[in-house]
Design a protein around this ligand. Sequence first.
Ligand SMILES: [Zn+2]
Length: 203
Amino acid sequence: MGDYFQRIVDVEADEQEAGPLAERMVDWLVSEGVITRETSGEGVYSQTADEGYVPGPRWDRAVVGSAETTWQPGPVAVMVGRDYYVGGQGQDEPDSASCPRCDATTVIIDYPEEFEADEEVWRPYREAIAAWKETSEEGSVVCSACAAAVPVTEWRFGSGFGSSFDLGALAFDFWGWPPLDDAFLAEFSRRLGHRTGEQMGKF
Ligand SMILES: [Zn+2]
């Protein structure tokens, strides 16, 4: 199970607060026994982290139901810094983008006729995401319906087929864990003080 992940993306933290917030979350998870301070790279394939925190004695507090004794979850990797995250497997773009100003939805991958992004439609988003990620700019995309220049972090990206697409400066990958419990996810988001995106996927 080592190559499956569940991911929590903080979609609101800015990059200044992401580092201190990551430390606070690790402190909390350690105090709950969900993880330890020991790190390992075994079974960790996160995009910007090559190791994570080894599960603690009470890792089952984070998952649905009681833990199976045979289940051995992998490390929890913490990623700090602006990035985009894609759940699912193999996809690198969202299916659609909806404007938060006028609610118009732009189709990026025209399922079921197409299984790849329309490059012309996707390009302004891709370039805005690159600008947001690599510079301190907000990276805007002009909505084709209402002409508003909307920061790329505010667009609502839609995905199907079990995939999802989130932008954020702080993310946590649980490698090889059973499904995370709703109450745990709610507590996690409450402690972050921010909205979160949840993803599942396979390396
Ligand atoms: Zn619009």
